[in-house]
Ligand binder design. Structure first.
Ligand SMILES: Nc1ncnc2c1ncn2[C@@H]1O[C@H](COP(=O)(O)OP(=O)(O)OP(=O)(O)O)[C@@H](O)[C@H]1O
Ligand SMILES: [Mg+2]
Ligand SMILES: [Zn+2]
Length: 150
């Protein structure tokens, strides 16, 4: 059988070491599929040392800090590799700030951040890996952060 090769990217971003099972959530964070037509490759449950990981490769795209913070919330070991002229020219490990503002929705319906007032959601990071956050206002800890990302 002919093997299907994953194409190398000339310019773009490789998000490597994604927690196995989170690739679809990473795509969602990046707005893929969207209106753009760049090539995207996804590998799931790839063997990496003793554990398994997912990988997402996006052509002609760099991530903004907001997107990187969102990825850190679901894949704390992810690395962001910037590709230029087929080579990795930059590599960053994702890092969660002490607080995340406006990127996670509080699951408490009576929380002030869910009221009509223009109060942005605000979460304190308890631990980065595994990612655990609690609401700054009502202290509620979301069960599945991935489902709560705005
Ligand atoms: N031009 C490219 N197109 C697509 N993927 C690429 C390209 N260059 C590198 N990669 C992928 O980007 C990731 C990082 O590449 P790198 O060469 O830094 O590997 P590495 O040394 O294994 O990195 P790490 O230590 O972070 O695991 C790998 O998954 C690699 O397959
Ligand atoms: Mg590697
Ligand atoms: Zn809350």
């Amino acid at each position: 059988m002919k093997a299907l090769k994953i194409p190398l990217i000339r310019e773009g971003t490789v998000i490597d070491h994604i927690t196995a099972g989170q690739a679809v959530n990473v795509l969602h964070i990046l707005g893929i599929p969207g209106t753009q037509s760049s090539t995207v490759s996804v590998a799931m449950n790839v063997k990496s040392r003793l554990v398994k990981k997912d990988i997402v490769k996006v052509e002609n795209r760099e991530l903004d800090p907001h997107e990187v913070n969102k990825i850190a919330l679901i894949a704390p070991k992810a690395t962001i590799n910037i590709i230029r002229d087929y080579k990795v020219v930059e590599k960053h490990e994702v890092k969660l700030p002490k607080e995340v503002v406006g990127i996670v929705h509080c699951s408490n319906p009576t929380c002030i951040s869910n009221a009509r007032e223009p109060v942005k959601s605000r979460f304190t990071v308890i631990t980065a890996d595994p990612p655990r956050v609690k609401c700054y206002y009502c202290e509620r800890e979301p069960e599945d952060i991935a489902d709560r990302i705005i």
